[in-house]
Design a protein around this ligand. Sequence first.
Ligand code: ADP
Length: 264
Amino acid sequence: PIPVEPHGTVGARQVHTALLLCNDVSQWRRLEQMRSDFVANVSHELKTPITAIQGFAETLLDSEHDAETEKEFLQVIHDESVRMKNLVSDLLTLTRLENGSSTDAFHEVNLADVVSESVQVIERMATAAGIQIDNQLQEGSITVWGHDEQLKQVLLNLLTNAIHYTPTGGVITVFAESYVDRVKVHVSDTGIGIPKEDQDRVFERFYRVDRDRSRATGGTGLGLAIVKHIVQTHGGELGVDSQLGMGSDFWFTISRLRGLHADL
Ligand code: ADP
């Protein structure tokens, strides 16, 4: 109950307190809803591979199969275990970022080094998929302020997606636009593209444009949520420009470090 002022009217102070309380309650309810949605999503995402593993293992145990069928079933069990491992690993990454994201460990980072290290990690995967990576940042010397491992994670996630959602023969281009105070880094592909109405939502946890395709690539649905978290902790912005069937251009900005080693 709101305490009533002596002369019987509700004072401005009490109204203000009541409004603050209402705000707190609705904020708390919203957070609680988000938390329970998240738990429901995670449970669902884990249940699918567990059900498959259990089903295929039981079939193998229950009856005799020829060697080829056995191998096929074991492959499914293996792939679904990998999916679960990736999901748990992405969940741990997100939780770690949420609990411990601080700018204390930020340092000078050479952007070109981070990009070329990330491209190197992913190159074999691209070659196997028949996709070429054109890294236009190779010779640059742009120094930014951030966390090299986290920035590498951003690039790895964007590059992995670009490979997953680009058909054979496609090209992925990594380039940067330099401004006085920041750099805009692009990972651009010639892939399947994203419909307009989904473009804002792809950064949400577990949001997928095409669930089956994401499943087929072993995606966890958390890659872009991790990217968003890291970029925002770095004080940057991010987005995607895309046209269905033509390709996607994912970009993020990061603060430049201007000084002795910077190139402006
Ligand atoms: P996932 O593990 O499903 O790839 P992400 O969070 O990395 O999860 O991406 C969310 C969704 O955004 C994907 O399921 C896919 O529909 C879409 N997406 C991400 N990157 C691209 C891309 N380069 N081209 C087309 N669609 C993409």
